[in-house]
Design a protein around this ligand. Structure first.
Ligand code: AMP
Length: 190
C-alpha cells in the first residue's frame, strides 16, 4: 500500500495530476475540496455551513474536516493506496491523519509538493474560475484570501513531513506531461 499527499497551493494542479495518477496507479483519490463541493450542492444544513467557509476562501473547521475525511477513508476496505488531495491543510489535520492511519497500521509514504510561484497561481485561478464557474475562483479577494490562508496555515506542513523524511518537492510549472513524469519518478522510488 502506498499513501501519498499531493500538496501545493490552490491552483498548483493537484486535481489534474491526481486524475492522471489514479489512471496509472489505481490509487483512490480523496479530495476534501470535491467532498465539500458535493456536500454544499446537497443544500442541507451541513452544506450551508460548509458553503459559508468555502465561498470566502476560508478553511472548513478541523473537527468537521477530519470527521468527513475519516468517514471517506473508512468506505474503502482494501485500497491500493490513497492520494490525499487538499488534505491535510493544518497541523491539527496532519496530526489527526497520522494517528488515524496508525490505528489501521497504515502510514503516509510521501508528501509530493507541486511548487508554483504566486503570480502563476493567480493567473491559473482566474482562468479556472472562467471555465469551472467555481465561486471561490472568481472574486480576486477570495483568491487572495485562499493564497494567504495557504501560506499561513498550510505551507508550514512542509516542515512536519520534512522532519519525517517524507517531503518531495516537484516543479509544478511546465507541461502537464512533464510535471506528471516528475511526480511518477518520485512515486517509483517509494
Ligand atoms: P480545494 O478544492 O482543495 O481548493 O478546496 C476548496 C475549499 O474547500 C477550500 O478553500 C476550503 O474552504 C475547503 N477545504 C478543502 N479541503 C479542506 C481542508 N483540508 N481543510 C479545511 N477546508 C478545506
Amino acid at each position: 500500500m502506498l499513501n501519498i499527499i499531493l500538496f501545493g497551493p490552490p491552483g498548483a494542479g493537484k486535481g489534474t495530476q491526481s486524475a492522471k495518477l489514479i489512471d496509472k496507479y489505481a490509487f483512490t483519490h480523496l479530495s476534501t475540496g470535491d467532498i465539500f463541493r458535493s456536500i454544499k450542492k446537497s443544500g442541507s444544513d451541513l452544506g450551508k455551513e460548509v458553503c459559508s467557509y468555502m465561498d470566502k476562501g476560508n478553511l472548513v473547521p478541523d473537527e468537521l474536516t477530519i470527521r468527513v475525511l475519516e468517514a471517506e477513508v473508512n468506505m474503502h476496505i482494501h485500497p491500493v493506496g490513497f492520494i490525499f488531495d487538499g488534505f491535510p491543510r493544518t497541523a491539527a489535520q496532519a496530526d489527526a491523519l497520522d494517528k488515524f492511519l496508525a490505528g489501521k497500521e497504515w502510514k503516509i509514504d510521501a508528501m509530493i509538493a507541486l511548487e508554483v510561484d504566486d503570480e502563476e497561481l493567480r493567473k491559473r485561478l482566474v482562468l479556472r474560475g472562467k471555465d469551472s464557474g467555481r465561486a471561490d475562483d472568481i472574486d480576486p479577494k477570495t483568491i487572495e484570501n485562499r493564497i494567504q490562508v495557504y501560506k499561513r496555515d498550510t505551507a508550514p506542513l512542509k516542515n512536519f513531513y520534512e522532519a519525517q523524511g517524507k517531503y518531495r518537492g516537484v516543479n509544478g510549472v511546465g507541461s502537464l506531461d512533464e510535471i506528471f513524469h516528475n511526480i511518477c519518478k518520485v512515486i517509483d522510488t517509494l
